[in-house]
Write a protein that binds this ligand. Structure first.
Ligand SMILES: NC(=O)c1ccc[n+]([C@@H]2O[C@H](COP(=O)([O-])OP(=O)(O)OC[C@H]3O[C@@H](n4cnc5c(N)ncnc54)[C@H](OP(=O)(O)O)[C@@H]3O)[C@@H](O)[C@H]2O)c1
Length: 270
């Protein structure tokens, strides 16, 4: 039998290459799309583009990573955030139904009653969180599945992700301010990608699933542990209290899925 063809949208992002590797390792044929690269280099929010890409690449399954994923960008351009994070997942779900796995975020929660499991009520504080909630709701309504990811880290040539951005700043000898009071359950992008690849293979699976990292941890603690494990000079790291009302204080996730590596093992590899 020929390998199952999976379309990964948002393939040029931070998580994209990890996901492509994890799917290829499981024997899937991977086809990709993004605005700046991939097999189909398109803006999926343009009229007719979802249908055209699905027709051209005819995937058996779609993993949607395409997103406007920066909190500040979404506040500046809420309309684009809505098109990308809310409407696009709905358009994909309309055509793919249960052949769609859509990636969402822990920032759909307000941070006041962590830890959050899959049945917890969403209460986004930001345009980003709100647009992701709308996307989730459309996908669930149309029979697709949603996976919520926590803060991701891991190596990235462009300095994206929670650990790579710290490393980049240290290389450039910049001061890095890190929040001591913003708690997440950080996960290495490799473990997230392997989790997503596992879920595609599972036919019977809840419509909403969390992939929490192994520990609750602040951004400050994460960076300090990264520096300690890799003997990096931690002096430029500055602990600061987050006062930003758009950033929930504690969006630790919990659920039935469990990471296979400890946080230190993941950080060794970041
Ligand atoms: N990174 C994290 O810590 C984190 C945490 C929780 C959840 N997530 C979720 O995980 C997913 C992947 O995140 P990421 O960090 O890899 O995001 P990212 O680095 O910002 O990448 C976003 C991807 O989406 C593509 N994209 C954006 N708008 C598009 C459009 N209109 N048409 C087609 N493609 C478009 C981008 O393509 P171009 O670059 O070519 O424009 C890029 O490939 C997102 O759903 C995000 O919300 C991420």
């Amino acid at each position: 039998m020929p390998p199952l063809r999976i379309l990964v949208t948002g393939a040029t992002g931070f998580l994209g290459p990890y996901v492509q590797g994890a799917l290829a390792a499981r024997g899937y044929e991977v086809v990709t799309t993004a605005r700046s690269g991939g097999d189909a280099m398109v803006d999926l929010t343009q009229p007719g583009m979802v249908a055209a890409v699905l027709e051209a690449l005819s995937p058996a399954f779609v993993l949607n990573l395409a997103a406007m994923a920066k909190l500040g960008d979404c506040e500046l351009d809420p309309e684009r955030a809505h098109r990308t994070n809310a409407q696009l997942p709905g358009l994909l779900a309309e055509r793919c139904g249960d052949r769609l796995l859509h990636v969402s975020t822990d920032l759909v929660f307000d941070g006041r009653s962590a830890p959050y499991d899959e049945r917890s009520a969403t209460a986004p504080l930001s345009v980003y969180g709100g647009s992701k909630v709308e996307g989730e709701e459309a996908v669930v309504r149309l029979g697709g599945r949603v996976v919520r990811l926590p803060l991701l880290f891991g190596a990235d040539a462009r300095g994206r992700g929670a650990s790579s951005s710290v490393r980049k700043a240290l290389r450039e000898q910049r001061i890095v301010e890190l929040y001591t009071n913003e708690y997440r359950t950080p996960l290495h992008a490799l473990d997230a990608a392997q989790g997503l690849a596992e879920l595609i293979a599972l036919r019977r699976c809840p419509q909403i699933l969390h992939l929490p990292g192994p520990e609750r941890c602040s951004r400050w603690e994460l960076a300090r542990r990264l520096c300690a494990l890799h003997q990096l000079e931690a002096m430029p790291l500055v602990p600061v209290e987050c006062q930003d009302g758009l950033r929930p204080r504690d969006v630790s996730l919990c659920g039935t899925w469990q990471a296979r590596r400890s946080l230190d093992e993941m950080l060794e590899d970041a």
